[in-house]
Design a binder for this molecule. Sequence first.
Ligand SMILES: C[S@@+](CC[C@H](N)C(=O)[O-])C[C@H]1O[C@@H](n2cnc3c(N)ncnc32)[C@H](O)[C@@H]1O
Length: 400
Amino acid sequence: MSHFSDYKDLIQADDWALIWISRDNIKPVKITAGATFNTRYGSFPHDDMIGKPFGSQIAVRTRGSNKFGFIHVLQPTPELWTLSLPHRTQIVYTPDSSYIMQRIQCSPQSRVIEAGTGSGSFSHAFARSAGYVFSYEFHEIRYEQARKEFEDHGLLQDGNLAITHRDVCQDGFAIQKGDKTTFFDDERLNESPSPVQINANAIFLDLPAPWSAIPHLDEVISQDSKVSLCCFSPCIEQVDKTIEALEKQGWTEIEMVEIQGKQYESRRQMVRHLDDALQRLRDVKERKQMGVERRKRMFNKLISDQEEPYEQRPETPKTQFNPFGKGSRVKEGDTGFQWKEVSKVESEIKSHTSYLTFASKIVNKTRDETLVAKLADEIRGSGAKVSVPNKTDDKIGKLS
Ligand SMILES: C[S@@+](CC[C@H](N)C(=O)[O-])C[C@H]1O[C@@H](n2cnc3c(N)ncnc32)[C@H](O)[C@@H]1O
């Protein structure tokens, strides 16, 4: 069972949960009867979590005080995993991964190649949406760590993910049956002929030199459906070399995109008039003048050493409200003032802004007339109002 895509209501022993302590502090925890989750806000017995719905708030009294510390126990999702995983490399964040999956049409029909695995951030997102994921990592320790995590999270056992310890730039993507460097647990793959039928139709390369891996793709991509590819590269020189390799290998629809994740905050801002500004300047000038005169009098008193009765500083009238500075505090949206809706750009959200190079390839450009006729019949039978391609029509008789 995958802890990251099979939703369940109640927390049970042996479930993985992501414990939300604060926005920047989310911890993956395997719920274990009798165990305790310790934080600086208190110790939370796992037994208090078992049987409660995912999403529950668990509170404990902080030792020596009347206050409570609390946590939320959340169902794991790829998005939360991305925010909580142990970083071994740079990772792909959700703003990028969601866009990439949409662009490469990741669906249950997708057979995905991902290289390298890195910290496994994107692998979790792919595993939830795709039919099958083949992930490759050449760094032995990272491969082992990722394999362990995939295993713990239920992505390998009866799952839809295979991880291979391999330098894909040198040795390509093909997996021979019985390959000791590949770890998967799937009867279908075990039974498939050698080499394993990868038939990838979605490729994601997050490697320093994707141009060296691209020529190896031809032997593992789908021959009878459109293949979409995305390369994730932090610098434009890499994009340049990647595009050169893609063109050379016959990839088409090449396009480069950069994602700049920004958060827009919607708020109300007080409408300020020119008269307010002028009034503020008069105010400042008046106060300054009063200060100068007071200091002059104090100086004269020092020189003449004459006693002068203590002069009370004249009371300045409290301003009703000064929209440019001090005065009585006004809360956003208070009545009696004029407000306008504005949007404010917050600092950049977590995203590893790389350049995304997309491309596609169709290997076999002839179409299966029997299949087209069958689909056409089905569409006609469903009564849907669609224009069905006619095989005698030259313009649509072939896929271009
Ligand atoms: C930036 S990380 C990938 C991060 C990953 N996309 C994620 O979201 O967690 C790049 C990974 O590619 C691996 N790598 C680099 N060159 C490779 C190659 N030729 N074959 C396989 N893996 C490679 C590195 O070891 C590294 O772990």
